[in-house]
Each structure stands twice: as C-alpha cells, then as structure tokens.
Design a protein around this ligand. Structure first.
Ligand SMILES: Nc1ncnc2c1ncn2[C@@H]1O[C@H](COP(=O)(O)OP(=O)(O)OP(=O)(O)O)[C@@H](O)[C@H]1O
Length: 599
C-alpha cells in the first residue's frame, strides 16, 4: 500500500556535460558576467574603494601636469622668468613622485584582492564539484575540470590583480583628458575625439569575436589537460599494449589544436593594438594641423597648444593601454564563463522534503523502477523487489546486465527515471546524504582510497573514531571481529597507502574498504565484486566475518563467481534491464548458462 504525499520528480538524466551546455546555452552578456563577478568580491569593497581613491588622485595629478606646463610656458618661459620655471618644475616633480606612491599603493591593494579572489573562486568551484552527483563526473573529463579550477580561475586573477585598476585608471585619465580637450577648445576637442569614436565602434564590433577566440583556446587547453590526465591514469595499459604511439599521436593532435587556437586567440587579442595606435597618431596629426591653424589666426597660444598636445596624448595613451587591457578582460570573461558554468549547476540528487512511503516493512524496496543514463537508452525497466532485514541477496547475471546500476540506485548514486526506491519505508530521496551513507555501505569493484595510512582511510567515513588512539581503534576493530583482516597488513593501522599506486594490492584495498564499510554498521551493505581480487583463504575469512555481521544488516552481493554466493538467502538474475528471482543456486546457474548459449 502506497500513500501519495508530495512527489517532486527531478529529471534523472540531467545534462551535466559542460561542453554540451556551452553549445546550447546563450552566452552571458559581458555586463551580467561582470555583475556576478563583482558580487563574488563584494567583501573587498573597502579595498576596492581605497584603490579607486588612489587611482583618482593618480589620474588627477597626471591631468594637472599639462595645465602647469602650459601655464609655465605662457607666463614664465616666454617672459624669461626662470625662477618661476624652477618653482613649477619643483611642483611637477613633487606631483609625479606622489603619483608614483599612489600607483604603488593601488597595485599592492589590487594584488591582494586578485589573490584572495583566486583563492575564493577555486574554493567555490571545488566545493561545487563536491556537491555534484556521479552523473556529472560520468559526463566530464577530470583533466578539463582541473583546467577550469587551475587555469581559468588564474585568468581572472591576472585580470583582477594586474589589469582592473589600470583599466579604471585609464578610463578616469581618458575621461578627464577628454573633458579638458573640450573645455579648452570645443571645436579642436571635437576634431581630436573623432578617431576615438571610430575606435569605440570598432571595439564593440570586434570584442565578441575576440572573446569567442579566447573561449575556444581555454576549451582546447581543457581538452589537452584531459588528454594528459587520461594517459597518465592509464599508463600501465599503454605500456602493456605498447600503445605509446597511439597516445603520443592523440596528445600531438590535442597539442596542435591547442597551438592553433592559441595562435587564433593571440591574433585576436592583438588586433586592437595597431588599430588604436594608428587612430591615436591620426588624432595627434589633427590637433597639430588644426592647432597651428588656430595659432596663425591668433585664437590659440603656443603654451596652450603644448598643453593640448599633452592632453591628446593623455587621452589616447590610456586608450592604447585599454586595447591591451580589453584583450585581457576578454580572456578573463571567457574564463569566467567556463567557471560559472560549473558554479550554476545544481545537483539533481537533492534531499526531497517529502515523498512516498511504503508500509511493506522491508529495509529496502524497488517499486516499479526504471532507469536510464541517457534518455535514448533505458537500462532498467519495471524493476520491483524487496530486501528484508538480516538477509543476504546475490545479484548475478551477464556482463553489462545492470547489476552495478541496480546497486548504484540502492545507494542513490542516481535517482530512478521513474518509480521509487524505499529505504526503511521512506522514499530514499527524503534522507540527507549523511543519513543515507550511514545506512548504506557500498564497496566498489575498485575502491577509492586516498594517500595516507590504513587508519586514515578507515576513519574516512567513520568520523566518530577520529580522536581514538590506535589502541582504542584496534579495540573497536576487534569488537567488530575485523582483527584478522587488520593483521594482514604488515604495520597494521599505520600501513601507508598511496592513492592510485600499487603500494598495496587491489585485494588489500578491498579489505580496507570492507573494514571501513563494516565499522559503520550499515543497514544495507553492498559488495560489488568485492571479493574478486582476494585469495580463497582471505575470502573464507571474509565470509566468516559477513556471517557475524549484525543480524539486521541486509547484504547485497554482486558476484561473477557463484561459489561466493552459496549462502545467499535469495538470488536475483539481472539481465537486459530486468531483475528476476532465480530461486535456487542451481536454477541461477541454469539461467546463466541459457543466457550464454543464447548469446
Ligand atoms: N556511466 C554510464 N553511462 C552510460 N551507460 C552506462 C554507465 N554505466 C553503465 N552503463 C551501461 O549500463 C549497462 C549496465 O551496466 P552495469 O555496469 O550496471 O552492468 P553489470 O551487470 O554490473 O556489468 P559487469 O558485470 O560487467 O560489472 C551497460 O550497458 C553499460 O554500458
């Protein structure tokens, strides 16, 4: 009997492929991206304001310079009052020294802001990765993700620590110089600013192309990193099959693609500099010609023209600098797009506030469950079964039949596309991740261990023992009847483990994963081929330990070797997306044989 409560179905085959997301999704506007980014550094407001104040002082000092020079020429140089010239030269020197100090101050401040932002961004991306479900990692390559965490975040740091304030400073200086140009002589100012309008239009037209070129380059850097990661992970297979050439070729292709996209991005990033240079020279020519004409008409002084020339330089030099900064901004924005793709993803395995309930009284139940990794290929159809307290179940069946998939649904590594999995009568989706992992132990075919010691790997997932001394932990292990397993490790709890290496055998890794899972005293313990790499004597030891497990624990054993499931209370035959009761071991063997003959 099922009572309907609130049924929030989330799409089980959510799109997590970051490279596909990019293709389908509209690009974020630069403004929207910038607002989101500034939001990330909102707690740096004080530093940003101080840096901005320093920039304003700096730009004001730079803008006062030409006025003072013009004033000195017209009032002291032309009248040969050299005392006045010296005084103003001293004032100018003091101003430029002050500008140097404010410049240094803001660089230091922004360097700190950039590094803190990098730190926060990397944390945010990494934390997000921790929240995402297994499907996300199925659909993305680790190398590409590493590149996003390391490389793309650094592009943003470079922009923030090196370019942002130069960017603001350039805009402030430019605006001030532009105002001075127009105030001193409106027509001459307007003429001097015509090339700037052309630059603006050019920049607006070309920027999306520059950003796209940079995005392509970052993507191919991610692809190259994925390639390196894949061959490093599989180096033994590569050497064993002598496929070095194959991987060398694949890497060479990825490297070449990266080289080409880097050239494309470099060209795109440099397109602004010559155009800005040309147009700023044009502006100077206009000022010179028009200015001399005005002097000849008696409407302008030489001193004013010198000041005017300086202001034109003060307007166009920062503009030229902006060309380079604008490219670095486009790189940062392309990096930010790739980072925010991760940050905006949501897990489809969230805890549901309420769900269906079952009063079948079983520990675990599948009720008409369907599952598909991809929408076009359903792996499990109409699966219903119940697992009762204290019993041992075996899942057998041909390779690719769906055993691991069924076990993954029991542990809620995925949600069914249809139907419901119940744990102790409650929709499994209503448990928190902590509650669920406490109740369900899963020993994978290739267990995950991280670098450290046996002790550290056992405590991982058993945090209640983290402050125990070795002697206390050994006592806990003894009570759980696991001492015989621990004694198989030469230096016991202190035996070193190196993740991804062969410092200990696969069988030993499975033993550690086994101790880790059993110590949690789970309601359901799944062993996916967990004894495949263990010798027969240790396997006997394991089965004795399994017999001594808490009377309430449900054991789900996935095995190819039928002798490992002799003592199962019930055997399920999993094939072609169906889970059938196989009855006796003999019947299960017959089903396997018939299936083999058919195929
Ligand atoms: N992450 C995945 N993405 C897409 N398809 C998958 C994924 N994992 C498994 N499959 C597919 O699901 C089907 C069932 O695989 P599953 O691993 O559950 O079989 P199995 O019975 O455990 O096989 P084995 O005995 O070889 O471990 C297979 O066709 C497999 O290709």
């Amino acid at each position: 009997m099922f009572r309907f409560m609130i049924h929030n179905r989330v799409p089980a085959t959510m799109k997590y492929n970051l490279n596909e997301v990019t293709a389908g999704k509209e690009k974020t506007s630069t403004y929207a991206a910038l607002v989101k980014l500034l939001d990330m550094i909102s707690d740096e407001k004080k530093n940003l304001w101080m840096a901005l104040a320093a920039i304003l002082v700096n730009s004001t000092l730079l803008l006062l310079g030409p006025l003072i020079v013009g004033h000195t020429i017209d009032n002291y140089v032309r009248t040969k009052q050299y005392h006045g010239v010296l005084v103003y030269a001293g004032i100018l020197l003091a101003m430029y020294l002050l500008a140097l100090c404010t410049g240094y101050f803001q660089t230091k401040l922004m360097g700190g802001v950039g590094q803190r932002m990098l730190y926060k961004l990397r944390n945010a991306v990494f934390n997000k990765l921790q929240e995402l479900p297994v499907s996300f990692f199925n659909q993305n390559k680790a190398g590409d993700l590493i590149s996003r965490v390391n490389n793309d975040t650094d592009k943003l740091n470079q922009f923030f620590s090196q370019s942002l304030m130069q960017f603001v400073g350039s805009i402030v200086t430019m605006t001030g110089a532009g105002v001075c140009l127009l105030v001193i002589h409106t027509e001459l100012g307007a003429a001097a600013l015509v090339p700037a309008v052309i630059i603006l239009v050019f920049t607006m037209l070309v920027s999306p192309w520059v950003k796209a070129k940079n995005a392509l380059n970052l993507k191919s850097t991610g692809g190259m990193s994925a390639e390196i990661q894949e061959s490093l992970n599989n180096f033994k297979v590569i050497i064993a099959f002598n496929r070095r050439d194959y991987f060398r070729k694949r890497f060479d292709e990825a490297n070449q693609h990266n080289y080409k996209t880097a050239i494309g991005a470099g060209l795109a990033n440099n397109v602004f500099i010559p155009v800005y240079g040309l147009l700023s020279s044009l502006a100077q020519l206009i000022v010179l010609a028009f200015g001399i004409y005005l002097i000849s008409k008696g409407q302008f002084t030489i001193g004013l023209l010198v000041s005017y020339f300086s202001y034109t330089t003060n307007f166009y030099n920062p503009l030229r600098q902006l060309a380079a900064l604008w490219s670095s901004f486009q790189v940062a924005m392309a990096g930010w797009d790739r980072i925010s793709q991760i940050l905006t993803l949501e897990t489809d395995l969230e805890q549901q506030p309420a769900g269906l309930q079952s009063d079948s009284g079983t520990v675990l139940e599948f009720k008409d469950v369907h599952f598909a990794y991809t929408p076009e290929n359903e792996i499990l159809h109409h699966i219903s079964f119940k697992l009762e307290k204290g019993k041992t179940y075996a899942l057998i069946g041909p390779t690719g039949g769906g055993k691991t998939t069924t076990a993954s649904l029991i542990a809620r590594l995925y949600d069914p596309t249809q139907g419901t999995v119940f744990l102790n009568g409650r929709d499994i989706r209503t448990y928190t991740a902590e509650e669920r992992t406490q109740k369900i132990g899963f020993i994978l075919q290739e267990p995950f261990l991280f670098s450290g010691t046996v002790r550290e790997n056992i405590i991982y997932g058993n945090a209640q023992y983290k402050d125990f001394t070795n002697a206390e932990l050994e006592e806990v292990i003894r009570k759980a009847k696991l001492s015989d397993l621990l004694s198989l490790f030469e230096t016991g709890l202190d035996t070193p483990v190196i993740s991804g290496s062969d410092s200990i055998s696969l069988g030993q890794k499975q033993l550690i994963a086994f101790m880790r899972a059993v110590l949690r005293n789970p309601d359901v313990l799944i062993l996916d081929e967990a004894t495949a790499n263990i010798d027969t004597i240790t396997e006997k030891l394991l089965s004795t330990i399994l017999e001594q497990l808490s009377k309430d624990t449900v054991l789900v054993i996935i095995a190819h070797r039928l002798n490992t499931i002799e003592n199962a209370d019930e055997i399920f035959f999993v094939n072609s997306g169906e889970v059938q009761r196989a009855g006796t071991l003999q019947h299960a063997m017959d089903m396997l044989l018939t299936d083999k003959r058919k195929s």
